[in-house]
Design a protein around this ligand. Structure first.
Ligand SMILES: CC(C)(COP(=O)(O)OP(=O)(O)OC[C@H]1O[C@@H](n2cnc3c(N)ncnc32)[C@H](O)[C@@H]1OP(=O)(O)O)[C@@H](O)C(=O)NCCC(=O)NCCS
Length: 158
């Protein structure tokens, strides 16, 4: 599996995956945002995307705006690989933390983030008001100077 930048010609495939994941991605808009990191995973060079990630750079933080894997390709490590790539990017470029928002009932995603060391920083009650669901803000601290925060390296290893 290869992580590459999202290309304009990936639009249909990414939108189809997003749709199957119950979300939407405006590929053209993300490709036009100087602060966005729109990435995909392909099984082989030149192949169609099987998973996508949209990250945003915001000051010294990386935000995971959306991530999704085609249902036919789940549990093969695609989402983990995308997030590991984002984490490596963040460390290489001096970002302090990675932040994301997940619905409290999204077990697969929570398990994925937890396995990478993300911790729950804050519960946003009734964040998804139409579903009456809480949102969880999860953080992974990349800067080892930031001790004691949820998702700090110390907490992840304990
Ligand atoms: C969550 C999602 C992105 C995971 O994608 P994936 O490519 O299947 O994930 P990976 O194969 O990289 O899984 C890595 C780890 O995450 C956890 N995980 C992933 N799917 C899981 C599931 N269905 N149940 C429990 N744990 C799961 C496991 O720890 C897994 O490691 P393992 O397979 O060695 O046990 C995918 O299920 C998806 O697209 N869901 C719909 C969209 C979504 O909810 N996005 C997140 C929005 S916040």
């Amino acid at each position: 599996m290869l992580v590459t930048a999202m290309e304009p010609e990936d639009r249909e495939a990414v939108q189809a995956i997003a749709h199957l994941c119950g979300t939407e991605v405006d590929v053209a808009a993300e490709l036009g945002r100087g602060w966005a990191l729109p990435w995909v995973i392909r099984d082989a060079e030149g192949g169609a995307p099987i998973a996508f990630l949209v990250g945003w750079r915001a000051a010294d933080e990386l935000h995971v705006i959306d991530i999704g894997t085609h249902p036919d390709h789940r549990r093969r490590g695609a989402a983990r690989k995308l997030l590991l790539e984002l984490i490596a990017y963040g460390k290489a470029h001096g970002f302090r933390l990675v932040v994301l928002e997940v619905s409290a009932s999204n077990g697969p995603a929570r398990s994925l983030y937890g396995s990478l060391g993300f911790g729950v920083a804050r519960i946003r009650e009734n964040y998804y008001s139409d579903a009456g669901e809480d949102g969880l803000e999860m953080l992974l601290v990349l800067d080892p100077e930031t001790i004691g925060a949820p998702g700090s390296p110390q907490e992840a290893s304990s």
